[in-house]
Write a protein that binds this ligand. Sequence first.
Ligand SMILES: Nc1nc2c(ncn2[C@@H]2O[C@H](COP(=O)(O)OP(=O)(O)OP(=O)(O)O)[C@@H](O)[C@H]2O)c(=O)[nH]1
Ligand SMILES: [Mg+2]
Ligand SMILES: [Zn+2]
Length: 304
Amino acid sequence: MKALVTKSTGLWYELFAGKKKLTARLRGKFKLEDKKLTNPIAVGDWVEAQPNEQAKDEWLITYIYERENYVVRTSPRKKNHGHLIASNIDAGVLIATLKSPRTSTGFIDRFLITLESFRIPGIILFNKKDLYSKKNLQKYKTLEEIYNKIGYDVHLSQFEKGVDSDLKLLFENKTSLLCSHSGAGKSTLINKLISNACQEVSEISNLADKGVHTTTFSELFFLNEKSAIIDTPGIKELGLSEIGNEELSHYFPEMRKFLGKCKFHNCLHENDPGCVLKEGIGKEISALRYASYLSILRNEDNRK
Ligand SMILES: Nc1nc2c(ncn2[C@@H]2O[C@H](COP(=O)(O)OP(=O)(O)OP(=O)(O)O)[C@@H](O)[C@H]2O)c(=O)[nH]1
Ligand SMILES: [Mg+2]
Ligand SMILES: [Zn+2]
């Protein structure tokens, strides 16, 4: 039977098939495939499942259908391995916060880059606007302009108070993935959108001004028959997997028009002679985004 993976704990999975929820495990041999991933299956995957003859009320996943797209990051635990965040999504929604906790533009850009490899539309919601100072609000305006200009949808929000109708519309008729640092408000948003979701929510730590990693498993929730939203555990850093230096600029939409115009075809747009792309800095390419580009190219701290 074909089923959708709606929850993944690594040990067992929750599947959704024909309006029924099933508990499933992977058939052992699957674990050996795709050695470069720490998790062979992610929420959003379509799989084939059959009843487990050996265990009552348990199903076995026997096949994974080809993914339309997926979001992956480097595994925090295993070097050179990727960790799937979710598959088959229509939009990637970053919950950013200028305060409590602070989300850096480097983190935002890394997330957008992972989406660009499949051209998945990106949305940035700056949450906790009630905590923003005048200076924070000015920063928001600057960022809104930068990201809007290059094709990303940007909004200011306060999930604790509720979700207004404009914001609700963003989630209609698609499967959206929520991503952020811990404590930015992903589960709060889910609870506001879906009254019976009951996702656990915790206050962030006062001392560290960081979240306490409340959500530990990814889970997909249906808003209605055509709309779903995926809650995920907060992440500290977003290491880019599968993207080489020479192709990095392809994942910056504002850089694409310069590609192929530099003197050298393998120009990294850093200190290379005859670089045409660098002429666009401060014009089509914001200095902030170019700084992110360099930081990723030079493999600097993923948390920046
Ligand atoms: N001031 C303020 N606090 C908010 C807002 N939205 C959420 N919070 C609070 O932020 C804290 C963390 O929210 P969660 O929803 O648990 O965050 P999360 O992103 O799910 O965190 P993890 O599950 O750890 O990844 C909670 O105390 C929420 O009440 C907001 O708009 N304003
Ligand atoms: Mg959560
Ligand atoms: Zn160049």
